[in-house]
Design a protein around this ligand. Structure first.
Ligand code: A3P
Length: 323
C-alpha cells in the first residue's frame, strides 16, 4: 500500500456506510454489523481492522493471541500476561489483581492507535490479541514468522456467551431478546467476527501449513487439563518453565491467579468499566459470566441442537477438529 492509498479514519467511516449491513433483530435493533471482506464487524471495530490492515507492521518479538469472540480471549490474555511477567510478579502482587486483563494486553483492532504510537518504544515480547480472522489479518502478520496462538471453543457455548454478552452490553433484558432468533442469526454467520466456522477454518489451515508458528488451544482442553496446556503455551511463546519452577509450583500458581474463580471475584472485574472511547463501554463483569463447559445445555432445545450439529458437521466435519 502506498501512502496515498491510506484512508483516514473519516474516509473509512464513510466507506463503511456503503457496505452490506445487518441490524440484529433479536437485540432490539441496537447493533448493526457491516460485512467487510466476508466478515461481520461493528463500525468501531471495523475502523480498527482497516487501520491495522493499512498500517500495522510486526516486530519479530510480537506474539498474536487470536480468537473468535467469546472463546476465552480474556483468560488467554491473563495466562500469557502471568507467564511473561513471572520473574517480576507472583500471586501476591500481580497487576492482574487490580487491572482487567484487557487493559494489560492490547487488542489490535480496539487499540490500534495506541499500538501504532507505542511500536518504537520497547523491544521485549509484545503480546497483542485480535478477533480478526486469519485471512484478513494485516499482511505484515501473515508474512511474518511471529507466533500465533489461537484459542477456540465449542460453538454452542460461544453462542450462549455471545448472547448474554450482547444483552449485557446493550442493556436488553434477556426476556426481551429471543434466544432462538440469536441462534438463527449466528447460524447464518451473522455475528461479530463471524462466520464462526470460517474463523476456525482460517487458523486451523494456518496451523497445518505452519505448525511451528501456530498453536491451537481448545477452551475445553484448558479447563480439563490446565497444567499441560499452560506448559505447552509457555514453551511455544519461548518462555518455558524451568524444572526448578515446575518443582516450585509456578505453573499451579499461574493457573490459580488466572482462574475464573479468582479473576471474577476481584473488585476491578466486578465493578470496573472498559477503557477507551466506544459507542457503548462494556462493564468488566460482562467478560466473566460463568466460565463453564456445556452451559449451552441449559439453553438449547433438541431442535436447535440438531440444527447446529448438522451445520458444524457440514462446515467443519472434514477438518477432524472436535468441537
Ligand atoms: P461464558 O459467557 O460462557 O461464561 P472472551 O474472553 O473471548 O470474551 O470469552 C468470554 C468467555 O470466557 C465467558 O464465557 C467468560 O466467562 C469466560 N472466561 C473469562 N475468564 C475466564 C477464566 N479465567 N477461565 C475460564 N473462563 C473464563
Amino acid at each position: 500500500i502506498t501512502k496515498t492509498q491510506v484512508m483516514s479514519t473519516r474516509d473509512i467511516e464513510e466507506m463503511i456506510k456503503t457496505l452490506p449491513q445487518h441490524t440484529l433483530s433479536w437485540l432490539k435493533g441496537r447493533l448493526t454489523l457491516y460485512n467487510y471482506q466476508g466478515i461481520w464487524f461493528n463500525t468501531k471495530l471495523l475502523v480498527g481492522v482497516i487501520l491495522a490492515q493499512q498500517s500495522f507492521k510486526t516486530r519479530p518479538s510480537d506474539v498474536f493471541l487470536c480468537s473468535h469472540p467469546k472463546s476465552g480471549t480474556t483468560w488467554l490474555k491473563a495466562i500469557v500476561f502471568a507467564i511473561i511477567t513471572r520473574q517480576k510478579f507472583d500471586e501476591s502482587n500481580t497487576p492482574l489483581l487490580t487491572t482487567m486483563p484487557h487493559n494489560l494486553i492490547p487488542s489490535l483492532e480496539k487499540n490500534i492507535e495506541q499500538i501504532l504510537e507505542n511500536r518504537h518504544n520497547d523491544s521485549c515480547l509484545t503480546a497483542i490479541t485480535t478477533n480478526i480472522p486469519y485471512n484478513i489479518l494485516p499482511e505484515s502478520i501473515r508474512a511474518s514468522n511471529c507466533k500465533i496462538v489461537y484459542i477456540y471453543r465449542n460453538i454452542k457455548d460461544v453462542i450462549v456467551s455471545y448472547y448474554h454478552f450482547l444483552c449485557g452490553i446493550h442493556k436488553v433484558p434477556i426476556e426481551d431478546a429471543p434466544f432462538e432468533e440469536a441462534v438463527d442469526e449466528f447460524c447464518r454467520g451473522i455475528n461479530g467476527s463471524g462466520p464462526y466456522w470460517d474463523h476456525i477454518l482460517g487458523y486451523a489451515k494456518a496451523s497445518l501449513e505452519r505448525p511451528d508458528i501456530t498453536l491451537l488451544l481448545k477452551y475445553e482442553d484448558m479447563i480439563k487439563d490446565p497444567t499441560s496446556n499452560v506448559k505447552r503455551l509457555a514453551k511455544f511463546i519461548e518462555y518455558p518453565f524451568t524444572a526448578q519452577e515446575e518443582k516450585e509450583g509456578v505453573i499451579e500458581s499461574i493457573i490459580k491467579m488466572t482462574s475464573f474463580e479468582k479473576l471474577s471475584n476481584l473488585e476491578v472485574n466486578k465493578s470496573g468499566l472498559q477503557q477507551g472511547e466506544r459507542v457503548v463501554v462494556p462493564e468488566n463483569r460482562l467478560y466473566f459470566r460463568k466460565g463453564k463447559v456445556g452451559d449451552s445445555e441449559n439453553h438449547f432445545t433438541d431442535e436447535m441442537n440438531e440444527k447446529i450439529d448438522k451445520l458444524i458437521d457440514e462446515k467443519l466435519g472434514h477438518t477432524g477438529l472436535v468441537l
